[in-house]
Design a protein around this ligand. Structure first.
Ligand code: PRP
Length: 225
């Protein structure tokens, strides 16, 4: 049995066409079913639905053989756990080019970010992405107090909890709706296929053919674009 860990939402939706190219159709719709293990048309392949931040953990410890996770999630996971308890880490064979977005710094409209940075003020930055934010501001030599949040980052500057946020931006609509502006782009994000190294050894042929089919789907998509 091959187990693939996915998170609901964009990653799930955008992984489906790549799986289809590998001949795998997920049998159930996670939006209507409460099931966490979804069968596929292939008797030896199943999908498990986990929180996005748990995908690397499932794959690393063998709860799943493969998974799809955003680069943001992978960076934060590695910063927290290093090579993990198993020491095996994660094999990352493919950039799937899906769920594209960016990690950016945003501040309330009217907040003079450049001046604050230039004057060497200590910025209070709220984020879920503490490793990415810490590295980014350290590199720039900007002093920051990081405030760890688990969601709704946009609220932090509006309530006086922080001066700025570091968050994912896709369309920019969430920032706009909350009167925030993007002042620096930290990095571009897309989702990666991650594989458990031990599973790759044990189930080499099946997993390799899956990786190859997904790689072919990506290059076809790029040729069409
Ligand atoms: C992300 C991010 C923003 C939003 C940005 O949240 O935290 O809130 O998307 O998208 P936009 O630029 O298209 O408006 P997500 O929906 O991933 O959920 P989260 O709050 O769990 O991070």
């Amino acid at each position: 049995m091959i187990t693939l860990a996915l998170s609901k939402g964009r990653i799930f939706d955008e992984t489906l066409p790549l799986l289809a190219r590998a001949g795998i159709e997920v049998a159930e719709d996670p939006n209507t079913s409460r099931k966490l293990i979804l069968a596929t048309n292939q008797p030896d392949v199943r999908v498990v639905l986990v929180r996005a931040t748990d995908v690397p953990t499932y794959v690393e410890y063998g709860g799943a053989d493969l998974g799809v996770a955003g680069l943001d999630t992978l960076i934060e996971h590695t910063a927290q756990w290093g090579q993990g308890l198993t020491g095996g880490g994660l094999y990352r064979p493919l950039d799937l080019g899906i769920a594209r977005c960016r990690v950016s710094v945003a501040v309330p409209e009217g907040f003079d970010y450049r001046a604050a940075v230039r004057q060497g003020s200590r910025l209070r930055v709220a984020t879920k992405y503490t490793a990415i934010a810490r590295d980014f501001f350290a590199e720039k030599g900007v002093h920051v107090d990081l405030i760890k949040l688990y969601g709704s980052m946009e609220l932090a500057p509006l309530t006086g909890l922080a001066d700025a946020i570091v968050d994912l931006v896709s369309t920019g609509n969430t920032l706009k709706a909350n009167h925030l502006v993007e002042v620096e782009r930290i990095m571009d994000i897309s989702s990666r296929l991650v594989v458990n190294p031990a599973a790759l050894k044990l189930k080499r042929e099946r997993i390799r053919s899956l990786i190859d089919a997904m790689a072919a789907a990506i290059s076809e998509r790029e040729c069409q674009a």
